[in-house]
Design a protein around this ligand. Structure first.
Ligand code: NAD
Ligand code: THR
Length: 431
């Protein structure tokens, strides 16, 4: 790591940015247009005597055009969309991307698409997001990365690279060598694991985030960092929790996520970083396991219901939390990544889908599997965390600004999860 060098680079970026308007003012003050006003007092001269001035004018015009072209190229680099896509995303209020991501126009070549790096990609969400983005942008344009060894099917399904977000130099090398234009930052230590290893959570969630933001700023990347219902605390309004309200979380996970929201927004305003952030509810998925959070029970109960018919829940039966099916979460992520910058009134949005308690989830699963038995053995650490979290998120700004709309409520969630897990089991048994 090279904090000193990073600071100097960021300062340089700031100076360049702050310096550019005065630079253009200086160029303009020397412009022939300004000189022309003084030349109006000159006596009439014939065309041949104007040649040096005309030449200077021409040269100045060419320089101006070059400047404009350079800035257009820079701009295109930070918002990499081909013409057809730009049309699609500029109407994203009305245009819905299917969860399969198959709406992308065939006229775009691989080179027109963003080149995406996903950090922490082998957790609950990364592989699914890579699938969705690869369908949309092409297999080779989406690189998964993590510090773990990928399962063979993941390794074979598209580019995978080792990346430790705490290794600044290595991260920068990956961004440069792969011409990365979008960065999805999924590496994190989640709420329950964070409470059992605060030092690790601080390192990964705070130092790691600093590396990501500095590299994204240095290379003009669009960067997505997920936040969470865990960014709120016991003193936040709970039902529903608005986008803007008191945020005093009591976990290191929550503190680090509020820090991420604020740092990202600060870099956006200070350096023009294209930072985008969604506060996810607890995410439910069938074919990937949760990584040590407070909402994990809501995934584990489905597997237990299908495999053994019994489940021991570590939260109280009346603990109501916001939850979302993974397809909705990943589609929201793609939608905010593609939203035209001028539609984003804010850089951090709540997204909401459904809320349930262990009891109401059990009842819904019992409609399909009536023999399911759930007992309760409350984990005080997880329960204390959940008691400080929202019951529902207020997400009208996301719905208004970039057309967010969830598709899965509790009955669809239960049906889809049970179907996926059953199908997965049948496929596994067939081998
Ligand atoms: N899953 C949810 O319910 C949920 C809800 C809200 C927000 N989020 C956020 O979404 C993101 C992804 O969540 P997830 O559930 O996939 O998390 P996860 O815990 O399942 O996966 C995190 C990944 O980060 C990796 N990682 C840890 N240290 C690293 C390092 N030094 N360098 C690179 N990678 C490292 C881990 O190996 C792991 O694969 C996280 O930022 C999380 O906070 C998730
Ligand atoms: C809610 C979310 O951030 C994560 N699933 C956790 O429980 O920690």
């Amino acid at each position: 790591m090279d904090p000193q060098g990073k600071l100097v680079r960021i300062q340089k970026l700031g100076m360049l940015e702050a310096g550019s308007p005065s630079l253009s003012r200086a160029v303009l003050s020397q412009s022939p247009g300004r000189r022309a006003s003084s030349s109006t007092t000159r006596p009439n001269v014939d065309a041949s005597s104007q040649t040096p001035a005309a030449f200077r004018t021409l040269r100045w015009c060419m320089m101006l055009v070059m400047q404009l072209l350079k800035s257009a190229v820079r701009h295109a680099g930070s918002r990499p969309q081909c013409g057809v896509e730009r049309l699609i995303s500029s109407s994203s209020h009305h245009h819905r991307i299917s969860a399969s991501g198959r709406t992308h126009p065939s006229s775009c070549t691989d080179a027109d698409h963003p080149k995406v790096l996903i950090t922490g990609g082998l957790g609950q969400l990364g592989v699914g997001l890579a699938k969705l983005l690869r369908r949309r942008f092409g297999k080779n344009n989406v690189i998964l990365s993590d510090i773990k060894k990928p399962p063979t099917d993941v390794y074979l399904n598209g580019p995978f690279i080792f990346s430790d977000i705490l290794d600044y130099k290595n991260l920068r090398e990956i961004v440069v060598n792969n011409n990365i234009s979008w960065l999805v930052h999924y590496s994190a230590v989640l709420s329950a694991v964070g409470e059992s290893n605060v030092a690790l959570a601080k390192e990964v969630n705070i130092t790691g985030l600093h590396n990501i933001l500095d590299i994204a700023t240095e290379h003009g990347l669009r960067v997505f960092v997920p936040s969470t219902i865990g960014a709120f605390g016991p003193s936040s309004p709970k039902d529903p929790t608005p986008d803007l309200c008191v945020q005093r979380p009591r976990t290191i996970y929550g503190v680090s996520k509020v820090h991420a929201e604020l740092m990202g927004e600060y870099y956006h305003h200070r350096y023009g970083l294209d930072f985008r952030c969604l506060r996810y509810p607890g995410i439910i998925s069938a074919d990937s396991q949760p990584g040590g959070g407070t909402t994990d029970y809501a995934v584990q109960i489905f597997h237990a219901a299908v495999k053994t018919g019994c489940f021991e829940c570590n939260l109280r039966s009346d603990t109501r939390l916001p939850m979302m099916y993974i397809d909705d979460c990943l589609r929201a992520t793609l939608e905010i990544l593609e939203a035209p910058a001028d539609t984003l009134i804010s850089r951090t949005y709540n997204i909401n889908a459904m809320s349930f308690t262990p009891h109401s989830l059990t009842q819904e699963i019992q409609k399909v599997l009536p023999d399911l038995k759930v007992t309760y053995n409350v984990d005080p650490v997880r329960q204390a965390i959940a008691d400080g979290w929202p019951m529902a998120l207020e997400d009208s700004a996301a719905r208004r600004d970039w057309g967010w709309k969830h598709e899965y409520d509790l009955p669809e969630l239960v049906q889809t999860m049970l179907t996926h897990i059953n199908t997965g089991n049948q496929v596994a048994q067939a081998y």
